[in-house]
Design a protein around this ligand. Structure first.
Ligand SMILES: *Cc1c(COP(=O)(O)O)cnc(C)c1O
Length: 382
């Protein structure tokens, strides 16, 4: 029988072993590691710095005082509290959909939604760079999967044409993409994708994990920025990135959400998120969508411009290639006091290991400038 030690050695040999790093401080643009204090953190998805926002911390504490700790049971048993329904109404209003469902994480939203809506005989068409949660959700569904090369509209169209012939009258075809891609920071051509899916009678799921809170009017995401929200059938996202907390959402038509309540296993068979968390997410959404959010988004844009005039998002990949080289570059940066993770297969394709820099509105201009010079030095000595 295979023993785990041998498997770990194999990972180690390929430069693919992962280790946990203990952070001693709260999340923030500076973090204390076990053996190195006050590292500049360029690895978090807390794009607006809300994870440690003073107002939200106070709100969270008061909600715990009012509502207690846990939620007691799954949503369908006795775990649905007013705070969950209020949050769902709020996110549905923001996304301008009839209804919304929240999950304990974005991962749970993806792995719950796709198998609830698709089954054997249906077709799921995914961008090659879709997040692991979308791939796992697609696999779990039992539907036929087709992958198109990243952002390749011609191949998406040929998959759609094929799918139309493949599924029966009752069959579903769902196109799945992200709006801001998590490891590349580039954008999907959402308007063109929406046109194609309309032409072929397919549904469109857009995962706005890295765009919600960051792009578009009120931070409502890329679909809102492009004015095509109404063409997106399934709006997915997470409260764990720009919103600074945790939890996932899926916004859609009332009947679709009701179907998820009946079929999404990650929703049905999991204890409801803590009510105080749901209430704090509602407070965070108010902040993200009003003038405070606008100010933070303007600051984030300034940080991006300081880093480089041609960033497309707050995610900036520095492609290195080989695993060991990416790890070495990350270790070198850490020695200089910069926490920038090396991202390797299977998170990104083989041969494209990279440093993934993420910027936050909470960074100071000086932080960005010192990272830039550290990266430049790193390249010279590479
Ligand atoms: C982070 C992420 C998720 C998962 O969200 P969590 O709330 O962290 O579970 C899903 N999709 C994408 C694109 C992500 O980046």
């Amino acid at each position: 029988m295979r023993d785990p030690e041998a498997e770990l050695r194999a990972l180690e040999g390929d430069g693919l072993r992962r280790l946990l790093r203990r952070i001693e401080s709260p999340q923030g643009t500076r973090v204390d590691l076990a053996d190195q204090d006050s590292c500049l953190n360029f690895s978090s998805n807390d794009y607006l710095g809300l994870a440690t926002n003073e107002g939200l911390k106070a709100a969270y504490q008061s909600h715990i005082g009012r509502l207690g700790g846990g939620s007691g049971a799954s949503r369908l048993v006795c775990g649905t509290m007013a705070a969950h329904l209020d949050l769902e109404e709020k996110i549905a209003n923001l996304k301008q959909t009839e209804a919304a469902l929240t999950f304990s994480s974005g991962f749970a939203a993806a792995t719950g939604t796709l198998p609830a809506l698709c089954r054997k005989g249906d077709v799921l068409i995914l961008d090659k760079l879709c997040h692991a949660s979308l791939i796992d959700g697609a696999r779990l569904s039992g539907a036929t999967m087709r992958i198109f090369p990243h952002n390749d509209l011609d191949r998406l169209e040929s998959h759609l044409e094929w799918a139309v012939g493949e599924v029966g009258r009752d069959g579903r075809i769902v196109v799945v993409t992200e709006s801001v891609f998590s490891m590349d920071g580039d954008l999907a051509p959402l308007a063109e994708i929406a046109t194609l899916k309309e032409r072929h009678g397919a549904l469109l799921l857009v995962d706005e994990a890295h765009a919600f809170g960051v792009l578009g009017p009120q931070g409502r995401g890329l679909a809102a920025a492009l004015g095509i929200e109404s063409l997106v059938d399934l709006h997915m996202g997470t409260f764990s990135k720009a919103v600074g907390l945790s939890g996932g959402y899926l916004c859609s038509r009332r009947a679709t959400v009701d179907l998820l309540i009946n079929r999404a296993r990650s929703f049905i068979y999991s204890t409801a998120p803590a009510p105080a968390l749901a209430a704090t997410i509602s407070d965070a959404l108010d902040l993200v969508c009003d003038s405070r959010g606008e100010t933070l988004r303007a600051e984030l844009l300034e940080r991006r411009t300081t880093f480089s005039p041609d960033t497309t998002s707050a995610i900036i990949p520095v492609i290195i290639g080989e695993n060991e080289a990416a790890l070495a570059a990350s270790a070198k940066l850490l020695k200089k006091g910069f926490l920038v993770p090396a991202i390797r297969y299977p998170t990104v394709p083989r041969g494209s290991a990279r440093l993934r820099v993420t910027l936050s509105a909470a960074h100071r201009t000086d932080d960005i400038l010192s990272l830039k010079s550290a990266l430049a030095e790193c390249r010279e000595t590479h």
